[in-house]
Design a binder for this molecule. Structure first.
Ligand SMILES: NC(=O)C1=CN([C@@H]2O[C@H](COP(=O)(O)OP(=O)(O)OC[C@H]3O[C@@H](n4cnc5c(N)ncnc54)[C@H](OP(=O)(O)O)[C@@H]3O)[C@@H](O)[C@H]2O)C=CC1
Ligand SMILES: CC(=O)N[C@@H](CCC(=O)OP(=O)(O)O)C(=O)O
Length: 308
């Protein structure tokens, strides 16, 4: 029996990647994919790897129950998913890529490598973490007990992070030979990282002219570590059984991970007095930062083998 899956927001960058990942799963069947703009167009014209005769549909929230879905992925802008959530039967698993459920007790925050898989297994409402927030938390989590002050997270994302709605952050002319800082205080991922990690975070995002890939350079004041090698060992031990997380000695760069499923963490610069650790984490914002993590959450919740 294949699980029946719906995708609301199939035209966008993350929706496109969800379609690609669904094509690699024999145990998940795409039943419906929504797009208002592409309604009536064959899905396989957008995602040729997916063997389906289905067309994109303009799905209204009230239609959801009629598809008899086991799981639905919401790949919609922040705030747009609420009517779909309200109309989805309680027994259907929802994985929401937006930030809407990430601070709610009614939703499970699905970052398996840090917060575990038990909370996701059998859950019905799962908030998929943000892309910078995933990268930053992966870089801080192994050392969070030793944090002696706020961690500073310097983030750089490819412009696909800004979605398909035209803005200066995905305007290739404005980005050419450029790097664009934005949201210097109060970015939602700053609050997200701090709330879930229990560590004070100062986060500064930047968008770069490459399409996908994301880097967080994280500076953490710490106590209790005396060598960079010891820090690296602590990260290796923390992620020992995690196939998607690679701990490396060298400084990772976004191009090393673009298009790939996992994350790389490395660098491990420890100041001479042992009180400041700098770690670099990279992932693809559309993969581990969005679609791969959504597939992990969806499959765990449905009791299927986890994506990796
Ligand atoms: N891009 C990234 O790197 C990441 C994005 N996210 C989050 O994932 C979500 C999707 O992002 P992304 O794919 O980049 O966004 P896009 O702008 O690329 O796509 C948005 C999608 O939502 C649909 N849509 C927009 N408004 C509505 C609406 N009111 N009702 C129904 N459908 C609507 C659009 O299709 P149509 O207009 O054709 O209906 C389109 O499929 C966002 O919440 C984003 O913050 C999370 C992690 C990383
Ligand atoms: C480059 C760029 O604009 N990136 C987006 C992050 C995308 C994302 O992850 O948004 P969520 O908070 O919904 O997860 C931003 O900073 O808003």
């Amino acid at each position: 029996m294949r699980a029946r899956i719906g995708l609301i927001g199939g035209r966008g960058y993350t929706g496109r990647e969800i379609l690609r990942h669904l094509s690699q799963r024999d145990d998940l069947e795409l039943v419906v994919a929504s797009s208002r703009e592409l309604a009536g167009q064959k899905i396989c014209e957008t995602a040729p790897e997916l063997e389906t005769d289905l067309c994109f549909e303009h799905v209204e929230p009230g239609d959801i129950a009629s598809f008899n879905l086991d799981g639905v992925v919401l790949a919609l802008p922040n705030g747009a998913g609420a009517p779909f959530v309200a109309a989805t039967p309680d027994a259907t698993v929802i994985v929401d890529l937006s930030a809407d459920g990430r601070f709610s007790d009614d939703w499970i925050y699905g970052l398996p490598e840090i917060y575990g898989r038990e909370v996701i297994r059998g859950a019905k409402r799962i908030a998929n973490p943000g892309c910078y927030a995933t990268s930053g938390q992966l870089a801080v989590a192994p050392i969070r007990e030793m944090a002696a002050g706020p961690a500073h997270v310097f983030g750089v994302s490819g412009y696909s992070g800004a979605g398909t709605t035209p803005s200066r952050k995905n305007d290739l002319a404005a980005l050419a030979d450029n790097l664009m800082p934005y949201a210097l205080t109060g970015h939602i991922h700053e609050r997200e990282m701090a709330a879930h990690l229990g560590v004070d975070i100062h986060f500064t995002p930047h968008v770069a002219p490459f399409f996908s890939g994301l880097m967080t350079t994280v500076h953490i004041p710490i106590i209790g570590m005396s060598t960079a090698g010891g820090c690296q060992d602590a990260y290796r031990a923390y992620y020992e059984n995690e196939p998607l997380i690679e701990v490396v000695e060298e400084i990772p760069e976004p191009a090393m991970i673009a298009g790939r499923s996992g994350a790389m963490i490395g660098g491990f610069g420890l100041s001479g007095d042992g009180r400041h650790l700098t770690v670099v984490s990279v992932l693809d914002n559309l993969q581990k930062g969005a679609a791969v993590q959504a597939l992990q959450n969806l499959t765990l919740a449905l009791g299927l083998p986890e994506y990796n």
